[in-house]
Write a protein that binds this ligand. Structure first.
Ligand SMILES: [Zn+2]
Length: 332
């Protein structure tokens, strides 16, 4: 089912049935009570629309859909956008499901969206780079962590740089996030944003992972070789985690930056991070550089059960955020 936001369903009913928003909300509330606990608010709104004979979605039979009109649940989607960022391909192995996955961000004049390609499609986007135009057919929209994603399966078609096609300036929408004070963070808060200063830094911790599936590799007992549960004896690569303490005036919190996030925070490449593994001098230099930096971090608050403390896990980090923009946000 295509997931329309509640507000949009209400707006459509108001428009098509010619009744007031208050009345629509009352009727939805009534449905909710009738069906006590059986449906969500969105579900009740769908039922009401159905009863009033209102078609919520006029499926456009063909043609490209722009980013801000894409809705979770849509199938057979045609989309064209300009590539903003390409992520590395990854192998995954979850027992019965194994294969490859790669994602990239593409956008148009209305916004940006993450595009996820699976298996054979990964091969087709090997040459993809920033600035390319992608024309996609037969994709579907999924919701992941409250964000829309465009997924490609084996029926999807991808065309790179179709002749004569252009995309205007891509609109970068930074989703409004829930800014919180550190002392107000609670366990399992997700997609929240904190803004503060790094007041303490720790050495990055390195660990061996399988180069194929990125899972933790184990050392063969008594030996020097590493094994991956899925891939056997392997020559490992390194992943790392970097912890810092952030202070925003209301409190402090230990904040965890796993591999890519650590690279974003330190502005260092994977190669640079690995090269400083046994270089104490470089590590000290890095720790010093980070001290006093102002950072905006989007992530989640999680309990570290071993130490019985709340930590913040970074999913997106901005270093030295624009002070004017921050002020504007405070004034809103
Ligand atoms: Zn492996």
């Amino acid at each position: 089912m295509i997931k329309l936001p509640y507000e949009e369903i209400v707006a459509k009913i108001v428009e098509e049935a010619g009744i007031s928003e208050v009345e629509v909300n009352d009727k939805i509330e009534e449905k909710l009570q009738q069906l006590s606990g059986l449906v969500s608010k969105e579900g009740a709104a769908h039922i009401l629309a159905n009863e009033l004979g209102i078609k919520l979605l006029e499926q456009e039979s063909s043609g490209k859909v722009v980013v801000n009109k894409l809705l979770p649940g849509m199938r057979s989607v045609e989309f064209m956008g300009k590539v903003q960022k390409v992520f590395d391909a990854k192998s995954f192995d979850k027992g019965t499901r194994k294969g490859r996955v790669q994602s990239f961000v593409a956008g148009d004049e209305t916004g940006t969206i993450r595009v996820v390609a699976w298996n054979d499609l990964v091969e087709k986007i090997q040459t993809l780079k920033e600035g390319d135009i992608v024309h996609i057919e037969n994709a579907y929209i999924k919701e992941n962590n409250n964000q829309k994603e465009l997924h490609l399966n084996d029926k999807s078609k991808v065309e790179l740089n179709p002749p004569g096609e252009t995309i205007g300036e891509v609109k970068v929408v930074i989703p409004s996030r829930n800014r919180k004070k550190i002392d107000g963070l609670k366990e399992n808060d997700i997609n929240v944003e904190i803004l503060g200063t790094i007041v303490q830094t720790f050495e990055p911790r390195y660990y061996e992972v399988c180069p194929q599936c990125n899972k933790r590799a184990r050392i063969v007992p008594g030996g020097v070789d590493f094994i991956c549960e899925a891939h056997g004896r392997i020559s490992p690569k390194y992943a790392y985690v970097l912890n810092v303490v952030i202070d925003d005036g209301s409190g402090t919190i230990r904040t965890v930056f796993f591999k890519n996030q650590a690279e974003n925070l330190t502005k260092k490449s994977e190669q640079e991070m690995v090269s400083m593994k046994d270089n104490q001098q470089k590590i000290e230099q890095l720790k010093n550089e980070l001290l006093g930096e102002i950072v905006k971090v989007v992530g989640r608050a999680a309990k570290n059960t071993m130490f019985d403390r709340l930590e913040f896990v970074s999913q997106l980090v901005f270093i030295n955020p624009d002070p004017e923009e921050e002020l504007r946000r405070l004034e809103q």
